[in-house]
Design a binder for this molecule. Structure first.
Ligand code: SF4
Length: 371
């Protein structure tokens, strides 16, 4: 993970900003946080290291943009187009843009945004119910390839069920507030949000407890160095499964397109491999698929990319050629997943889901007598 702050400074926007970390830090150094100015790392993703490569590379993914400001703040309007051009150029990096000003989205996107850049996740933060009801309808409606929500600092129990149910949100992250004046964060609010995520198949991350944490009615003051550790210890993160109706439709659409390709469409499992799938069971085949994809397709750098998937030897290999998930070039061309960076967990799940869908459909073509 990497942070890129092309500009610094902000204006407080809502309740969550009260004890803003950036304001607190600037105060220590006698700086005025309300002056919004470019930083020395304005074009950081374009800076080369002494060895010739970029200073930030795909191993640093994801890259969080504007953590000491707001990406959509008005004062940065004059600089943002240039920043978009960098984001567009560095397709190998995954940029995460967190904002409390989602209502400015349409004033701030570049002309060629279309349905969204594939390497950008738009994240709306909402600290309480009022901000959730104000910002999440906007987040749901905007065009973006990936959307997430952050409740941090989480100031109360928040009901977002109606926003999570449409399948448009990938992940929700919750956490408390840091600093001496931190407001309380109650564990039951965190657990409640987790339940909403699980019910709606949205990934969930409990990032940190904050400094003032309440559990079972008891209040705890937690030192900075333990806030993330304690949250991890709770072990309540949830990874969504990408096997729901909407992804089913997506798979059907992609498989239909692939079947029209002369090369992709000619693949089918030979008799011995259909037999193998039926004897071993699809759960076992799926486990193999996860192993192959993690090992041969997911790394950022693959020495034999383009040749890593044999044409025979396992049903998953054949399904990979049929679904254009055999190498990173095919993945980029057919599925718009950029090469040169590690696949995310969601992308791995997506690829394996598609492979298994193809295998399932191929098996269905043959009845038992005609194995
Ligand atoms: S929007 Fe973010 S950076 Fe700006 S004041 Fe609020 S918390 Fe701080």
């Amino acid at each position: 993970m990497m942070v890129w702050n092309p500009w610094h400074g902000c204006r407080k926007k809502s309740e969550g900003c009260l004890n803003c970390y950036m304001f607190r830090r600037d105060e220590q150094f006698g700086r005025d946080s309300t002056i919004i100015k470019q930083t020395g790392e304005f074009n950081l993703p374009l800076i080369k290291s002494k060895r010739g490569g970029y200073k930030i590379n795909c191993l640093d993914n994801p890259v969080y943009v504007c953590m000491t400001s707001d990406f959509f703040i008005e004062e940065a309007d004059k600089w943002r187009d240039y920043i978009w051009s960098i984001i567009r150029y560095r397709k190998d990096l995954e940029f995460k843009i967190i904002t409390k000003r989602i209502e400015r989205f349409y004033d701030c996107i570049p002309e060629d945004w279309g349905s969204g850049y594939h390497n950008v996740t738009i994240i709306s933060t909402c600290e309480n119910q009022i901000r959730a009801d104000e910002r999440l309808p906007v987040l749901l409606e905007i065009p973006a390839v990936q959307k997430e929500i952050i409740h941090e600092p989480m100031l109360e129990r928040i009901d977002t069920e109606k926003y999570l149910s449409g399948g448009k949100i990938e992940c929700v992250t919750c956490g408390g507030e840091s600093g001496d004046n931190a407001r309380v964060c109650d564990y039951s609010w965190i657990l409640d949000m987790r339940e909403q995520c699980v019910r709606n198949n949205v990934s969930f991350v409990f990032k940190q407890t904050g400094a003032h944490f309440r559990m079972d009615g008891k209040e705890y003051h937690i030192a900075r160095e333990y806030q993330m550790r304690q949250a991890k210890k709770a072990d309540i993160d949830f990874q969504r499964a990408i096997e729901n109706d909407s992804i089913g439709e997506t798979y059907s659409g992609i498989l239909m397109q692939l079947s029209k390709s002369k090369f992709r469409g000619h693949f089918t499992l030979p008799f011995d491999m259909r037999k193998y799938c039926r004897e071993k069971g699809l759960d076992t085949v799926k486990t193999h698929a996860f192993d192959f994809i993690r090992e041969r397709l997911a790394p950022a750098v693959i020495d034999n990319d383009g040749k890593q998937t044999p044409m025979h030897g396992h049903p998953v290999f054949i399904a990979q050629h049929a679904t254009a998930t055999c190498c990173r070039d095919c993945l980029q061309k057919w599925h718009y997943i950029p090469k040169g960076r590690k696949l995310t967990e969601s992308e791995i799940i997506y690829v394996v889901g598609l492979i298994m869908e193809w295998i399932k459909k191929d098996l269905e073509k043959y009845n038992k007598d005609n194995q």
